[in-house]
Design a protein around this ligand. Structure first.
Ligand code: BDP
Length: 690
């Protein structure tokens, strides 16, 4: 088991269960060409039922057999062969109807993609030993459910932690696209319908003739799974490429193009502001090139625009304000096929952020949320962090627009603001490693992303349990073990109370480096000094960031007493001795949380050890290796952060631990044969503080 099939392993059920289950005898696939998702659905049913139940089933194209069968097709194709669809309620695009009555199974998609999604749903039930009789319809919360890959043409991946690109190498598209098809299969099974295949820091050479043809091949590889490809564009391409393809030429190769994604005027990328045009002018320019090619082809324009040459002496120039400063006044000026793609928080994929207030400022504009599956600031797949609880803090957040309920998931479904287009994007960055993300357990995040984009009200623990049953097996010990409290632990040992993940900010975004969080031009500041810590974002004394939220939210955060603890330092600048509601001081809470988080991470290898023999050896060992690493790194984090603030504030830990490094195996106590001691930067990550 090397992880390649992810959650689509179709592992055989025990033979007594296989035998006791009434199995359909044929698979009927209605109206499908070989590149259609319905055809894929037939193949997938064959493969899945063979794997799970051990039966070889025929695929036919006709319904005139009386034996129990699985029928898969669109509602339209079913009606056209005389099928009765009166039971099927209204389905949105990509939705499906699934009816299982003993061995009679009907999987009817609103479109071909929906039929494939219903097929994966049925197989997921079988693989999880769920043989219920059901009849239900489901439709997506939002039409855009995309992934973004930050792959470069040379095969490297920005913030990718699983080896080189499956799409590109040496400046062009790879020859063998087997991994691309396999990825499309995984994406279809979680109902992701679009993918941006190249980095948002886009290389204009993507648009040369040979790469256009290459993109055509990528689109061909993904099409049978209903995954449409799109590309990131560099705003300056026309200036850099002598012979530039036109949108028409691109369509010759990719007739079902999903759309474009543009990062403009951000982190040294060019954009419309460079040419004295507004960001809306820039977005509309691309949108109008796409428009003639049909509805549903969209232009995603990223809201990640900020000044990264900030000077901390002017700390009121708060990076958190920038998205609304740049985009708020443009509301209503974007064409109807433009989406503004907004990172979930106002800064940048931190371990805890409030939702971006831009969602409450763009009332007449399509928006999509940008989540991150690749764990850039969250341990880079070397730390287990199950992300959906973090995402839920955003999706369940009520922004109180005009004093009315305005829960983020209702804004994203288009319902709250009456938008017909809305959506989800996640930066995933899979690589050629057989685990896709570099870690078996990290794949739970990709799985859960698709599930939540389809239905953001799904329970994140139930989703993780489904993933676990599919990926490792249905045993209770397995399911219970993998429900770990990983995100709260990571937050506790890296940066709690809303201070953000205290990583090295300048490039790696990995290990602890709290000093780099101030004195940088990127605006990710903690404002820590000898006596105080936290960003004052109040309207009265601070950066005024709160004023970007609707009034009720502003009022809650403006008052330190109604600001939730977990975001306290995100919003307020306080003395280390400030008392929290628990009675603890800020600094003591900080110390304690770092010990608690590291203690939780120490438990992970022990918990995992219970699965020896219950899961396959290969994955058991690989996961154990990572969890042991995490346990060690959690201690490094704990001590580095605590000692940094201890040195800064001079305030002792009430429990007397800081500086003593409980449970830490120190390098200088080990026998160092062939190694020599070197000074470590930053000092606080070193054993012995030198
Ligand atoms: C930051 C990443 C950087 C990306 C940027 C973005 O560190 O590599 O280019 O976001 O989203 O988080 O554009």
């Amino acid at each position: 088991e090397n992880g390649l099939d992810g959650w689509l392993r179709y592992a055989a059920l025990p033979s007594d269960i296989q035998k006791s289950h009434a199995t359909p005898s044929t698979i009927v696939v209605l109206n499908s060409s070989e590149t259609s998702p319905v055809y894929t659905a037939g193949k997938e049913l064959q493969k899945g039922i063979h794997g799970i139940l051990g039966h070889e089933l025929e695929v036919t194209g006709t319904t005139n057999n009386t034996n129990a069968s699985i029928l898969v097709g669109t509602t339209e194709s079913f009606s056209s062969v005389g099928g009765n669809t009166t039971e099927v309620p209204h389905l949105k695009d990509d939705g499906f109807w699934l009816s299982i009555e003993n061995a009679n199974v009907y999987i009817l998609g609103q479109n071909e993609r929906g039929a494939l999604y219903g097929t994966f749903e049925y197989l997921s039930m079988l693989a999880q030993r769920n043989f219920s009789q059901v009849a239900y319809a489901t439709s997506p919360s939002a039409p855009i459910r995309w992934v973004n890959e930050w792959d470069n043409l040379d095969g490297s991946i920005e913030r990718g932690f699983a080896g080189p690109s499956i799409f590109f190498q040496n400046g062009g598209v790879v020859d063998d696209l087997a991994r691309v098809s396999q990825y499309a299969r995984l994406l279809a099974s979680i109902r992701v319908n679009g993918i941006i295949v190249n980095n948002v820091n886009a290389n204009f050479n993507l648009l040369n003739a040979s790469n256009m043809a290459g993109l055509g091949r990528v689109a061909n590889a993904m099409r049978p799974y209903g995954v449409c490809i799109g590309i990131s564009l560099n705003f300056d391409s026309p200036r850099n490429l002598s012979s530039l393809m036109t949108t028409d030429e691109l369509y010759e190769h990719v007739p079902d193009l999903a759309g474009f994604l543009v990062k403009a005027n951000s982190e040294d990328q060019p954009g419309p502001l460079t040419y004295n045009r507004t960001l809306a002018d820039g977005a509309n320019l691309f949108a109008r090139a796409l428009k003639p090619h049909g509805n549903g082809i969209v232009m995603l324009f990223r809201a990640f625009v900020y000044d990264h040459h900030l000077n901390e002496s002017n700390w009121k120039n708060d990076r958190a304000n920038h998205a609304v400063d740049f985009f708020g006044h443009l509301d209503g000026q974007f064409d109807d096929n433009v989406f503004i793609q907004i990172k979930y928080g106002p800064i940048d994929f931190q371990v805890r952020e409030p939702p971006s207030p831009l969602f409450a400022n763009l009332l007449g504009t399509n928006t999509a949320i940008e989540l991150q599956v690749t764990q850039e600031y969250l341990g880079q797949q070397s730390h287990l962090v199950y992300l959906p609880p973090l995402w839920k803090t955003i999706l369940d957040y009520d922004l109180r627009i005009d004093g009315e309920p305005s829960v983020m998931r209702d804004i994203l479904s288009g319902g709250r603001l009456n938008r017909s287009l809305s959506g989800y994007a996640a930066v995933v960055n899979v690589g050629t490693n057989t685990t896709w993300l570099g870690s078996h357990l990290a794949m739970s995040n990709l799985y859960a992303y698709g599930r939540l984009a389809w239905n953001p009200s799904d329970d994140e623990v139930a989703v993780l349990q489904d993933w676990t049953r599919l990926t490792f097996g249905a045993g209770k010990t397995i399911v219970d073990t993998i429900t770990m409290e990983s995100w709260p632990a990571y937050e506790n040992y890296t940066g709690n109370l809303g201070i953000q993940t205290l990583t090295d900010i300048l490039y790696t975004h990995f290990g602890p480096n709290p000093a780099s969080q101030d004195d940088n031009s990127w605006g990710q500041w903690t404002r820590a000094d000898a006596d105080t810590i936290g960003m004052d974002r109040t309207v009265s004394n601070g950066t005024g960031f709160f004023s970007q939220y609707p009034a009720q939210v502003t009022a809650m955060y403006e008052d330190i007493n109604t600001t939730p603890n977990e975001l306290l330092l995100w919003f307020h600048h306080v003395p280390y001795t400030q008392q929290l509601k628990s009675g603890k001081t800020v600094i003591q809470h900080f110390y304690d949380a770092h010990y608690a988080g590291a203690a939780t991470a120490q438990m992970f290898p022990t918990q995992w050890a219970a699965l020896e023999g219950l899961v396959d050896h290969e994955r058991f060992e690989e996961v154990m290796f990572r969890l042991e690493y995490q346990a060690g790194r959690a201690i490094v984090w704990r001590d580095a952060i605590n000692e940094f603030y201890w040195s800064k504030s001079g305030i002792e830990d009430g429990a007397g631990r800081v500086g003593k490094h409980p449970w830490r195996v120190k390098a200088e106590k080990m026998k160092m044969s062939g190694y020599k001691a070197v000074p470590v930067t930053p000092f606080e990550t070193a054993s012995g503080r030198t």
